[in-house]
Each structure stands twice: as structure tokens, then as C-alpha cells.
Design a protein around this ligand. Structure first.
Ligand code: 5AD
Ligand code: SF4
Length: 485
């Protein structure tokens, strides 16, 4: 999907656009490209060159950016957050909604002047957005100062592509599609030393009718459990305190393995590892969320009592049109089962407002569901038409302004619910992983097992510790209290 003979693997050598096939080589061979880039940079720079990697979109992209930073470090780049200080700027892009794409184009536009002033600056775009052919074509035509474009399947070829860019000074486009091999052993450069993203699977087979992800990230494939456990042992040994397992649909983990293992089985194994750390996971698809999984969460002491379970809509009619494979009733049953098994469980969700053909009555069902369930927090989105998806062909008569009103309505309802739920925590003691300074002077902040933001008087010495905080005050975005020892 989204392949083109012209763009699949191309090194544009001249303005005439001579194309040449790039031999695709495994990760081991990339080591040699890393060394070659390093030598080349040492010849060209009398100081370590700087690279800025900016991430748009989800945690999966964040995890990919950590690999890119790992590769860049090995190639001899220093890392900076400032585009103005960088010799190489790479935007890791998101395709889920149009506004994410607009933001990338806006940011790229702002780099034009920097490139004019410094022709040696390398500007690259990678990730989901550029995996779409129409986007790659647009960059090719309208953004001639973008040097390097590679999609999600070319991530591990980055050293090779960069070497080509540096040694031949040609524009490089690589948005080839792939059956989806998994590359292990890539370097990872994480940021904070506290929370680690661990991808357990890649891709998605669900084809929700609104969603571009299966087209840009390919089919579902799971990492071997031993590789996951090894990576987790490594980060725990380095002192990481929170592990978040990532996948578009973690509940279908393991189906592609030679020796199948369920997600519940994987959780059990990770829970059995030694060390003082906690486990989160995202995202769970309700259609694959089993009672067995909920029982496992209840049983495993390191697994947080928090389930991000995107419902998208409370109308069974809309859910069917979205191809979600569950009804409102089935979803409610799951929530009730989990609350029975894990009384303190917290739920969060994604809500998509204004799906093509959704009526105000359908929307009201979503609102009612949100009020019945009382989530701790919600991510709410207005439907964004994605070229190539089934929903893009559907009639979509409701004006955007109307959808925005619906969105407002649901956000207001959720704010009230969150305030009420947070007030209910007053008097309780929550175990908090302390992340850094709070919003208010003299405070520190972190998250409870339920993923609720907790702020309390404290200083930097608490960073990275699990602290018990007795809650005495609440707002709709956080709760406040004092550390108890
Ligand atoms: N428009 C708006 N929101 C979308 N999402 C996925 N595709 C779209 C789209 N086309 C939302 C869903 C998903 C979250 C990651 O992004 O709610 O759960
Ligand atoms: Fe998109 Fe649905 Fe896959 Fe989530 S499960 S990534 S919403 S297709």
C-alpha cells in the first residue's frame, strides 16, 4: 500500500531525477554505515555536529525517536532541542489527524530561512506522515530544501540513507512498504532515566474505518518475549522505575509469534522480573480485552490499576460503522467486570466526535456513556478525514462548527467528572512516582498508579522515588497533598 515505483526507494541524483535502487541491508550492516558517517563527520567538522530530533504524535513515535537519537549518538552527533543550533534537523511525523500534518508543514516552512543561511544544514522528515505517497510527492515538489525523507519501514536504514545524503549530496526519498520484519539491537537514547517506552509490537490489523495507522505502519507483528524481557531487565538495572509497553493494540500481542503467547502471559512474565518498578501499557483495544487480562492485572502487583481503553463512540451504530467489533453493551460489561475485580481501577479513553454520518443523537449516547463510566481523563478528537481510509468515502454532512460544539460539550462534562472523582480521593494516600518540579514553587509532581497527577511540597531530592502522598485538595487536572513517611 502507498507504494510508488517512482518513490519506493529513490535516490534523486540530479534535477532530472535519475533513480537508483538502494540495496536493503540488515541492521548488522548498518553498523558499518554508522562508522562511515562518523568518519565523514570527523573530516568535515572540527567540533561535534549537533542534531535536533522533534517528535510529533504518539508514544510509538517517541520510541522511534529514541532509536533515531541512539543512532545519531553512535554516528557522533551531539543532541540539542533547538533547531537553530542544529546541523541536522529531523522531524518524526504523525499522520493520525490533519492538524498534526499541518503543524509539521508549518514547522518545515520555518526552516527555509535557516537553510538559506546554512546550505550545509540537513533537513529530514520521517515517520507516519511521509509514509503516505501524496505527502512525499508534496514535499518533493514544494519543499526542495528538505534533503531526506524516509517512512516508518526505513527507520533502521537511517545510517545508510544519511551516509548517502552526506556523501553524494542528493535528495533521498525512501518510503518503501514492508512485510514487516522486526529489527532488534538498535541503540536507544532515552531522555529522563525514569520512564521507559518499550514497544512490544508494531503495526495494526484492525482497519478502523477512520484510521490511517494500518496503512502507514503495516501489519501487526510482535517482538519475541525474550527480547522484550531483556530490554526491560536492562532499563530496570539502569534505574528506570516505570515501563510502558507500547503497541497499537497490545491485547492482540503474540499472535504472530512462532510460539504464541497472550498479552496476559507477557504481563505475567514481566511482573515476575526483579526490581522496584511499575508496568503500564497502551493501547488496549476493547474487542481483544479479555477477562483473563483483567484477572492478570488484578493479580500482578507491578501492573498499574489503570486501563486506557479507547471507546471512540457510545453508539453501537457508529461503532459498527467504525469497524470497532464491539457494541456499547459489550464495552460496558468489560468496565463492570474490571471494576468488580479491581475496585480501585482507573479508566481513561479516546473519544472521536463527528464521525461521518454521526447524528446528535449518536453523540448524546457517547456523552451518556462518558457520564455513566466516569473516566479519570479523556483524549477527545474531532474526526479528521484521512485519504485512503474507508471513512473518507462516507457522507459527512455535519459542519465542523457543529462538531466543535459537541466536542466542547463532552470536554465540559469530563471536567466536571474529573473534579468529582479527584475530590473523592481526598483523605486517601496515593503512591506516586516523582517526576520533577510541580506547577507551584516548592512543589514536586508525579503520577499515581491510576495515572492521576499528584502535586506535593518537596524538592529535587524526591525525584525518581516512590512517595506516599496523603491527598487534601483537588482540582480537575490534579490532586494535591503532603508526603507521608
Ligand atoms: N480523526 C480524528 N481522530 C482520530 N484518531 C484516529 N484516527 C483519527 C481520525 N481520522 C484518534 C482515535 C485514536 C487516537 C489515537 O486518535 O481516537 O484512538
Ligand atoms: Fe487505528 Fe483502530 Fe488500529 Fe487503533 S486499532 S491504530 S484506531 S486502526
Amino acid at each position: 500500500m502507498l507504494q510508488s515505483k517512482d518513490l519506493e526507494i529513490e535516490i534523486s541524483t540530479t534535477s532530472k531525477g535519475t533513480a537508483m535502487q538502494l540495496e536493503r541491508i540488515g541492521w548488522e550492516a548498518q553498523q558499518s554505515y554508522i562508522s562511515q558517517v562518523k568518519s565523514l563527520l570527523e573530516e568535515r567538522f572540527d567540533h561535534p555536529p549537533m542534531a535536533c530530533v522533534r517528535t510529533f504524535g504518539c508514544q510509538q513515535n517517541e520510541a522511534d525517536s529514541e532509536k533515531i537519537r541512539g543512532m545519531l549518538s553512535q554516528m557522533g552527533y551531539g543532541l540539542t532541542e533547538e533547531t537553530a543550533l542544529a546541523d541536522l534537523i529531523l522531524f518524526n511525523t504523525c499522520a493520525v489527524r490533519e492538524n498534526a500534518e499541518d503543524r509539521v508543514f508549518g514547522n518545515v516552512g520555518e526552516l527555509k530561512r535557516q537553510k538559506e543561511q546554512n546550505p550545509h544544514l540537513i533537513i529530514g522528515l520521517c515517520g507516519c506522515m511521509v509514509q503516505q505517497e501524496h505527502i512525499a510527492q508534496r514535499i518533493k515538489k514544494s519543499y526542495p530544501y528538505v534533503d531526506l525523507v524516509f517512512g516508518t519501514h526505513a527507520l533502521s536504514s537511517f545510517p545508510q540513507l544519511l551516509l548517502d545524503k552526506l556523501s553524494r549530496n542528493k535528495r533521498i526519498f525512501d518510503i518503501h512498504d514492508s512485510a514487516g520484519e522486526i529489527i532488534e539491537g538498535m541503540p536507544v537514547r532515552r531522555k529522563d532515566g525514569l520512564k521507559a517506552w518499550i514497544p512490544i509490537m508494531y503495526g495494526c490489523n484492525n482497519f478502523c474505518t477512520y484510521c490511517i495507522v494500518p496503512y502507514v505502519r503495516g501489519r501487526e507483528r510482535s517482538r519475541e518475549p525474550e527480547a522484550i524481557l531483556e530490554e526491560i531487565r536492562g532499563v530496570v538495572a539502569q534505574g528506570y522505575k516505570e515501563i510502558t509497553l507500547l503497541g497499537q493494540n497490545v491485547n492482540s500481542y503474540g499472535k504472530t509469534l512462532k510460539k504464541p503467547l497472550s498479552f496476559a502471559g507477557l504481563l505475567e512474565k514481566i511482573n515476575g522480573l526483579e526490581g522496584d518498578f511499575r508496568i503500564r501499557f497502551m493501547t488496549s483495544h476493547p474487542k481483544d480485552c479479555t477477562h483473563e487480562l483483567i484477572d492478570t492485572i488484578a493479580r500482578c502487583d507491578k501492573v498499574c490499576n489503570h486501563i486506557h481503553l479507547p471507546v471512540q463512540s457510545g453508539s453501537s451504530r457508529v461503532l459498527a460503522a467504525m469497524n470497532r467489533h464491539y457494541t456499547r453493551e459489550e464495552y460496558m460489561e468489560l468496565i463492570q467486570y474490571a471494576r468488580k475485580k479491581i475496585p480501585e481501577v482507573s479508566f481513561t479513553s479516546d473519544i472521536l466526535v463527528g464521525f461521518p454520518g454521526e447524528t446528535y443523537e449518536d453523540f448524546k449516547e457517547t456523552l451518556r456513556l462518558v457520564q455513566e463510566i466516569e473516566y479519570d481523563s479523556l483524549y477527545t478528537f474531532i474526526y479528521s478525514k484521512r485519504e485512503g481510509t474507508k471513512a473518507a468515502q462516507m457522507e459527512d454532512p455535519v459542519p465542523y462548527a457543529e462538531k466543535s460544539r459537541w466536542l466542547r460539550e463532552i470536554i465540559e462534562a469530563q471536567e466536571e467528572i474529573a473534579s468529582r472523582r479527584h475530590r473523592g480521593l481526598i483523605g486517601q494516600t496515593l503512591r506516586v512516582l516523582v517526576e520533577g518540579p510541580g506547577k507551584h514553587p516548592g512543589t514536586m509532581t508525579g503520577r499515581s498508579e491510576q495515572n492521576i497527577i499528584v502535586e506535593f511540597p518537596g524538592d529535587e531530592s524526591a525525584k525518581g522515588l516512590f512517595v506516599d502522598v496523603k491527598i487534601d485538595r483537588a482540582a480537575n487536572w490534579a490532586v494535591f497533598g503532603k508526603a507521608v513517611f
